[in-house]
Every structure is written in C-alpha cells, then in structure tokens.
Design a protein around this ligand. Structure first.
Ligand code: DC
Length: 235
C-alpha cells in the first residue's frame, strides 16, 4: 500500500503481442486516473537504439549483445504525455512512430531476451511503480516486475485474430506490410517470448485470464473496469 494514499493499487496486464492489452490498459488508466506505462515500448526503444547503431545483423536480426550491454548506460527512456497521447522518448527524442515499424518488431524479441537488458528495464519499471497508482502492461509485469500487484490480468487471443488487429493498426498508420508478414512476426515473437530463459511470457498463478478473441473493445474495457471495481471493493 502507498502510505500517502492507501486506496492506490498496482495493476499488471500481461499477455501476447497484439492481444489488445495496451489499449485496454490505457483505457483503464485514463478512467481511474492512474499512470499508464507501456513496458513493450521500452524494449522497442532499446531495440531501435541497437538498430540505429549497427548492433542488429541484417541477415537474421540477431543482436550484438556485448555491444548493446555496454551501451545500456547511454540509453535513457522516458514517456511524454500531451493531451490524450503518450509518446516514448529515447534520449529525449520522440520515437513513438519509429518503434512501431516492422524493422523494430523484427528485432525486439531477441533484444528483450538479453538478461542484462531485462534487468535494466525491470529496475526502471519498478522505480516508476514505487508510489502505486500505475497500470503497466507487458509480458512479465505480474510475474517479475510487480509480483505483489493487487490486480493481475493475462490477456490471450488467437494468433490470427492478433495478426489481423496489428495489420489494421499498421494500415491505419500507413505502414506497408501484408497479413502473412504480420502473422509470421506474431508467431515468431510468441515463440521467442515464451521460450526465452529470462522471465519468459507466462501467466502468473494469481492472474485473471481473459481471452478476448471474440470481444469488442467496449466489452473488454467494461470487463476490465468491472474487475478493478471488484478488487478495490474487496481490499
Ligand atoms: O508489447 P509489444 O509487442 O510492444 O512488445 C515488444 C516486445 O518486447 C515483445 O516481443 C516482447 C518484449 N517485451 C518483454 O519481453 N517484456 C515486457 N514486459 C514487454 C515487452
């Protein structure tokens, strides 16, 4: 509990890529007046730094882990909120659009599998959540970053549904790609995220599971707020 405001809790929302967890998490945070942190954006910002500095192989998207680990102290990640939009800052530069491009999606899972990268980002995330009143989404929030979170949700949906959702988002942003390319990326990232040694994607034992394959955005948002209200009234 935060001694200054005992009603504030920590909310961890984990799940597969493109499961819609970020939109749900952002909506919940806005509704209840909490801070929202997209931890995936932090891994993407590190991957972008690696990409820009020639640490990713063009041949197979493998990472020069030694160089990236040595560069970690030079990487500052922050978030900037303007009205309803939250942007990711990499060393002060707004990289929100660039971190969503396919080039970053293709190398982010190998970057996120490096234990030293995870340790650095987990420490930053834990600091951001020190005062509670936070909704954070990712892969290891309920298991590693905030194992004592009062509310934990694990979101799943079929790979086809998730690829279709990501494709629509990318088309909307004018990013050129195909369904096959997006589906292959979703499946490959699931595999790397689930099988890496350091905090693999896993449902926390005390998380509530939501399969949103056949739910509308409004239904998901309502489901999440109802769960929050139930948890708050039981504390
Ligand atoms: O949620 P996303 O697709 O933006 O995440 C990008 C990548 O970062 C994804 O491949 C998994 C990784 N990630 C992670 O390992 N741990 C987190 N807490 C968040 C994301």
């Amino acid at each position: 509990m935060n001694p200054n405001n005992p009603s504030l809790i920590t909310i961890a929302i984990d799940g597969y890529s493109s499961s819609g967890k970020s939109s749900m998490a952002r909506h919940l945070a806005k509704t209840i007046g909490y801070r929202y942190i997209d931890s995936g954006a932090m891994y993407r910002a590190v991957a972008l730094h690696a990409l820009r500095n020639g640490m990713i192989s063009h041949a197979d998207n493998s990472v020069d882990a030694d160089r990236l680990i040595a560069a970690l102290p030079e990487i500052a990640i922050d978030f900037e909120v303007t009205g309803d939009t939250q942007s990711t800052l990499l060393n002060g530069e707004n990289v929100e659009t660039e971190i969503r491009a396919m080039a970053v999606s293709q190398c982010v899972s190998p970057v996120a599998a490096i234990p030293q990268v995870r340790h650095a980002l987990v420490a930053m995330q834990q600091k951001m959540g020190e005062s509670k009143g936070i909704v954070m989404d990712g892969r290891d929030i309920g298991t590693t970053v905030f194992p004592d979170a009062e509310m934990k949700v694990f979101v799943r949906a079929s790979a086809q549904t998730r690829a279709q959702r990501r494709l629509s988002e990318m088309i909307e942003k004018g990013i050129a790609t195909t369904f096959e390319e997006v589906l292959a990326n979703v499946v490959s990232r699931d595999h790397i995220d689930e099988t890496r040694e350091e905090s693999p994607l896993r449902c926390a034992d005390d998380a509530v599971v939501l399969d949103n394959s056949f739910m509308s955005v409004e239904e998901q948002n309502k489901w999440l707020i109802d769960l929050y209200n139930r948890i708050i009234s039981s504390l």
